[in-house]
Structures are given as structure tokens and as C-alpha cells.
Design a protein. Structure first.
Length: 467
């Protein structure tokens, strides 16, 4: 069952309970061990579900639990001189090597009251160029729907960043206690344009937000103790100096906690540039033990003497010692809130007519495609190239002038929006003489998707000669 998804604060800092004092952008704006690089097609060890840690979404046993499984496939594209995305093979781009890091797969719910709540996850620690299996336990308080997405650690930096590529399963998944659902497959699309081979191996064209290099400044140092008050599971942590309006890391310091009777403790020292002004001082540790910093981990930040969130911090020309960090602050909810997908909606029509003007038995498909479509596509080819699609047979079309559609696509990407009429019923579309329509900004059907719903797309079907 489809439903509209609430538009949340995207790429925001902490959820309100986790960072009540942080400076924020308005809603709607926007390390150590990760996956090893260099796996190639056929590396079977990388293709088993659950080769990384799996998290059931919390320590309390859920009332309803289901096993969700499928595959995550990473696909490459290049952008041609006309600005159109074209599929590229692994062999052509990398010689068959997989140059990226781990893949994090999660099931989550979303509502206006709680925002995104992660209900279970799995980590594919060593992905390959082949479809990578995953399996996770999704836990809820009662039977209901969850949504699935996968995020690729593009920069091999050990963190799932808001700018990392994501892929979605476009349908909500109904969770009933004890069920096992397979075939929940996801594709993550990644640009190969920035890939380059150098003396140190593949440069992946990751976010470059700094998780490997930082600002390089050491004018001033922000330092202090770190206290983890929740159960510590043994994972590393990181203190981050970030923009005050979005999760944009500027400088950071990794730390290894030492266990205490009440949790764990450590210390940090972030060397950074003087005169940065208003920033946020955050921290997170790998609470689910998957060797990634991800949105489901425990988050915290700078606190005052009473243990309350003290952000933002003013970075001037002097060192800032004794800035204590506590994990978690508030309820320790995710410091990264990523909107994985948005709704793309509109109407399919027939140019200067109704569907009754088409041959009896015609079927119509609308699809949000990863690439500009080629000619003579079978139904399975459309499905394999689509983020999401919707089809109607003649019984749905006869006697009507339009059909509304709603598709779900990844946020912050490019899709190619097309409609096809199969007038001869052979299961092949985009044949010569068959009606098609493209939406978006050009004849290629290009739609630049941001982080808000994209509506009112009208697709008037017409033959190429009529258009």
C-alpha cells in the first residue's frame, strides 16, 4: 500500500530530542574500519547476507518482528556531453574492481511526531559488483509498514554521510510477526565520472566533506572529556565540529572509549581554524557495532554543567578547553536525518484525445528511469531500469481521459520520467510508431529531484510523428 511521505528536515543536525539547543536550518533545507576496496565480481564472500553487524532497532524486544531480505546492487553511470546519464559497466569503469566502502541497509518508519525511527538494519561490510545479499530483522510495536533504503559509503571513510548515494525499495513493506519476506531488492546508482586510479588506489569521488583530511588548520583546539552514559558496546567514537545549520563536518577527532561502571569515557581534541564563528560540537559512537557511523548510532554533543545540550559553540582565536561531550544527549536519537526518497506525481493523458483513441487492448506504463530509455524495451527492461513504475491495462484505461500516477524516487538525484503505450500488446514499448511521452525539463525527460515532493507532471502520449 502506498502512502504519501512527510517531508522532514533533510540533512538536518540532530533530531530535536538529541540536540535541543543546536542552531538549525528551517525544515526542508538541507574513520576507522569501513568496507575494503578492491573486491571484484564473483567474490562470493561479499555476497552473503549479514556479513556485517545487524541491528534490530533497539534493546527492547519488539512485539512484532519480521525478517526482510533481498539484494543491493551498485550500478554506475556517466554523464555525457548533453548532460544525460548513461549506464556504464564495471569492467569499463574500473576493470571489475569495487572501489567503494560498505553498504548500510535499514528499515524505518516515519511520522510527524517521531520523524524517522530506525526499526532494524544490516551492513554489507565488503560489497562487490554483483548483487549483494542482505537480511535484517524489523521490529515494531504492532503490525504496520516500514520503508527500506540502502546507503553506500562512497568515500570509504567509515561514515554514512547525508551526501552518500542511496537507493530505495519504492514500496512500503507490511510487517507481520514472524513473517519472512524476500526479494526486497534495491539499486544504488553512483557516478563513475569522478573515479580515478592513482598511486594510492582508486579515488572514488566521495563527498570530500573531509572525513579523510579535515581543514588542515591547527590554529585553535577544542577539547574535553567524553562521557557515554548508555550501554557501551565497544565501538569507536568521533567528536565532530560541524556547521551550525546542517550536518557538514569541518574538523573532527576519533576516540576509543574506556569502559566504566555507568558506560564509558574518553577524551577528544579537535584542532581547527580560528575565527569560524558559530558551529556545533557533536559526537557519535558506533553503538550497533557495524564498523560504520550511521544514522541509527548513538549521538550526543557538547553539554553544560547540568548535562543539558549547550550548542552552538563560538570558535574564535582562543583554545576552547573543558568542553565536555556526553553521549547521548536527550534521547540519543540520530544526528543524521536523511530523507531517502520523495514522491513524483502527475497525470498521463493522450494528446488531443482520450485513451479510447488508442487501439483496444493498449496498455500504458509510466516510469521514473535511471537512464534515458532506448528503443524497443521489454517490460522487464523497463522494470530493471526504473526506480519506480506504474502500469494500467485496457480495463483501467477504457472510457477515461487521464490516469494519475505517484512514484517514489531517491531524493537529490536525476530521473528520466517517461510514459509508454503498448498499442500492439506485444510487451515491448518505445517501438517505432507507438505513443510515448516524456516529462521534466527537456526531451530526455530529465527531472532534477531535490528533497521535496515533485508534483503536476503531465505526460501527453503521442507518436513521434505527431510530436
Amino acid at each position: 500500500m502506498r502512502r504519501a511521505v512527510s517531508v522532514l528536515a533533510v540533512l538536518a543536525l540532530a533530531a530535536q530530542a538529541a540536540c535541543r539547543g543546536c542552531a538549525r536550518a528551517p525544515a526542508g533545507e538541507t574513520g576507522p574500519v569501513a568496507g575494503d576496496a578492491g573486491a571484484s565480481a564473483g567474490d562470493t564472500a561479499e555476497n552473503v547476507p549479514g556479513d556485517g553487524a545487524s541491528d534490530d532497532g533497539g534493546s527492547d524486544a519488539p512485539a512484532v518482528s519480521a525478517t526482510l531480505s533481498g539484494t543491493v546492487t551498485v550500478a554506475l553511470y556517466r554523464t555525457d556531453a548533453d548532460g544525460v546519464r548513461r549506464s556504464v559497466s564495471w569492467e569499463e569503469a574500473t576493470g571489475g574492481a569495487f572501489p567503494y566502502g560498505a553498504i548500510w541497509v535499514t528499515a524505518y518508519t516515519v511520522d510527524d511526531a517521531d520523524g524517522q525511527v530506525y526499526r532494524g538494519s544490516d551492513t554489507i561490510a565488503h560489497p562487490s559488483t554483483e548483487p549483494n545479499g542482505y537480511a535484517l530483522e524489523a521490529g515494531l510495536d504492532a503490525p504496520g509498514e516500514v520503508w527500506l533504503y540502502a546507503a553506500l559509503d562512497q568515500g570509504r571513510d567509515g561514515i554514512v554521510q547525508p551526501t552518500d548515494p542511496i537507493g530505495i525499495h519504492p514500496e512500503a513493506v507490511q510487517v507481520e510477526d514472524g513473517v519472512e519476506l524476500d526479494g526486497l531488492d534495491i539499486t544504488v546508482l553512483v557516478s563513475a565520472d569522478a573515479l580515478a586510479w592513482g598511486d594510492t588506489g582508486w579515488s572514488t569521488g566521495g563527498d570530500g566533506g573531509g572525513w579523510g583530511t579535515g581543514s588542515g588548520c591547527d590554529d585553535v583546539t577544542i577539547s574535553g572529556p567524553v562521557t557515554i552514559t548508555a550501554d557501551w558496546t565497544g565501538g569507536p567514537g568521533i567528536a565532530v565540529l560541524s556547521s551550525a545549520t546542517a550536518f557538514e563536518p569541518y574538523d573532527w577527532d576519533w576516540f576509543t572509549p574506556t569502559p566504566t561502571a555507568d558506560g564509558a569515557e574518553s577524551a577528544y581534541a579537535i584542532a581547527t581554524c580560528a575565527g569560524l564563528g558559530t558551529m556545533n560540537l557533536l559526537a557519535v559512537y558506533d553503538s550497533n557495532g557495524n564498523s560504520l557511523i550511521d544514522p541509527a548510532d548513538q549521538w550526543g554533543g557538547w553539554v553544560d554543567g547540568d548535562g543539558a545540550d549547550a550548542n552552538p559553540v563560538e570558535v574564535g582565536s582562543e583554545d576552547l578547553p573543558d568542553h565536555a561531550i556526553r553521549i547521548p544527549t536527550g534521547e540519543g536519537e540520530g544526528g543524521l536525518e536523511v530523507l531517502p526518497f520523495v514522491e513524483l506525481s502527475g497525470t498521463v493523458t493522450v494528446e488531443d484525445g482520450t485513451f479510447d483513441d488508442l487501439p483496444s487492448g493498449t496498455g500504458v506504463t509510466v516510469a521514473a528511469l535511471r537512464y534515458r530509455p532506448g528503443e524497443d524495451l521489454t517490460a522487464s527492461e523497463v522494470a530493471s531500469q526504473a526506480y519506480d513504475s506504474r502500469s494500467w491495462d485496457w480495463a483501467d484505461l477504457e472510457g477515461t481521459a487521464s490516469r494519475d500516477f505517484s512514484l517514489y524516487v531517491p531524493a537529490s538525484t536525476v530521473v528520466y520520467l517517461w510514459a509508454f503505450a503498448d498499442t500492439d500488446g506485444d510487451g515491448v514499448v518505445n517501438e517505432s510508431g507507438e505513443p510515448v511521452a516524456s516529462g521534466g525539463e527537456d526531451d530526455a525527460g530529465t527531472v532534477h529531484v531535490d528533497t521535496t515532493a515533485s508534483a503536476d507532471h503531465t505526460l501527453p502520449l503521442a507518436t513521434a510523428q505527431a510530436r
